[in-house]
Design a protein around this ligand. Structure first.
Ligand SMILES: C[C@H](CCC(=O)NCCS(=O)(=O)O)[C@H]1CC[C@H]2[C@@H]3[C@H](O)C[C@@H]4C[C@H](O)CC[C@]4(C)[C@H]3C[C@H](O)[C@]12C
Length: 324
């Protein structure tokens, strides 16, 4: 399972938790403007917006999980098992393989509206990257500095939904997630008057009781509600350090601790990494399960007119500052 969020203070931020039981050796990868993205069914992208994000690089091809481009548009793929459906090639459509979706959109669109325009003629093709990888069953969140959408390719075709809360997890399909927020209508971060009549003596014996009912488990429906509630009630200063610290705290409210979610006998899902991308500055921040220090890679520190990938290995080793 995974959770992606958008967040704004003075700048705009986009990122996700990647929850899985193993890693595909992902790295922070910068793709400059003149790196050639070979496309299977449409013209290769030989000149495009530069992007930075988390990717597994296979034979010099970055298979992105989440990224932003130099214009600040962000996109992330999250698991959408049983519901994701990819198609055989359709005449007259741009048939884009699921692993090509992030470069296809971020390479060519500066905003959500431009992404929507591109998506009008896209069919997600069932083409696999190689026999060595399973087909990723994904849906995508796309966000610029103002708004966000969700893209779901199901048996019915390609659905594009406005995402007013800027949060996405996994199943069920996005309209159901949004509808189910109704169930939590009354939850609040502020103390409430009880509604049991004047004669009943009730008191709040603990702080936080107005939030009773907020789901605490790790299912994707529960993480969706919890991330939306946490994002909208969280408060922080608007400088960069306060903002990224707060972003990781919000993701922390839905992170997965090893051992709590068994996916196959003896194998447990956990938050392998959390990412936070500054959409205004082109900086990719991340933490890993093993090392909660925040690491940063700035896309503008490399030659974005180049043609070669810049690849940064993740720092997964814990270090402790001893104060005496
Ligand atoms: C499984 C990952 C999403 C995390 C998630 O939602 N996990 C929950 C699992 S579940 O709901 O509980 O089943 C997704 C996100 C990005 C995906 C990867 C990226 O799409 C890049 C390549 C794409 C290739 O086609 C397949 C391997 C792959 C390297 C993908 C493997 C896997 O599907 C990833 C890592």
């Amino acid at each position: 399972m995974c959770t992606a969020i958008t967040f704004a203070t003075k700048d705009h931020y986009f990122g996700r938790n990647l929850d899985l039981d193993f890693s595909y050796n992902e790295t922070v990868t910068i793709t400059p403007r003149n790196f050639k993205f070979p496309m299977r069914k449409v013209d290769d992208l030989s000149s495009h917006y530069a992007m930075i994000g988390m990717a597994t690089v296979v034979e010099d091809y970055p298979l992105y999980y989440d990224a932003i481009n130099e214009a600040g548009l962000g996109m992330a793929g999250l698991n959408f098992p049983d519901n994701a459906h990819y198609f055989a090639d359709i005449d007259g459509k741009n048939n884009i393989a699921s692993f090509e979706m992030i470069p296809y959109i971020l390479g060519q669109a500066k905003t959500v509206d431009e992404a929507k325009k591109l998506l009008e003629n896209v069919s997600v093709s069932a083409e696999v990257f190689s026999a060595d990888f399973p087909t990723a069953t994904l849906h995508w969140i796309i966000a610029d500095k103002e708004k966000s959408i969700v893209v779901e390719s199901t048996k019915e075709g390609l659905n594009v939904y406005d995402n007013p809360v800027g949060v996405m997890t996994n199943n069920p399909p996005f309209p159901i997630q949004m509808y189910d927020l109704n169930d939590y209508y009354a939850i609040s971060a502020h103390p409430l008057e009880h509604k049991f009549g004047n004669g009943v003596s009730l008191h709040e014996y603990s702080r936080g009781m107005a939030g009773l009912g907020l789901p605490g488990d790790l299912s994707s429906k529960s993480r969706f509600v919890r991330a939306v509630f946490t994002k909208y009630n969280s408060m922080c200063d608007d400088d960069e350090l306060s903002s990224i610290n707060q972003f990781f705290k919000i993701l922390g409210s839905v992170e997965q601790v090893k051992g709590l979610c068994e996916v196959t006998p003896g194998k447990y899902e956990y938050t392998i990494y959390s990412s936070c991308m500054n959409q205004d500055k082109g900086i990719f921040y991340y933490t890993t399960y093993g090392n909660s220090d925040i690491h940063a890679i700035d896309m503008h520190k490399v030659d974005l007119d180049g043609g070669k990938l810049s690849i940064y290995k993740l720092n997964k080793k814990l270090s402790v500052s001893y104060d005496n």
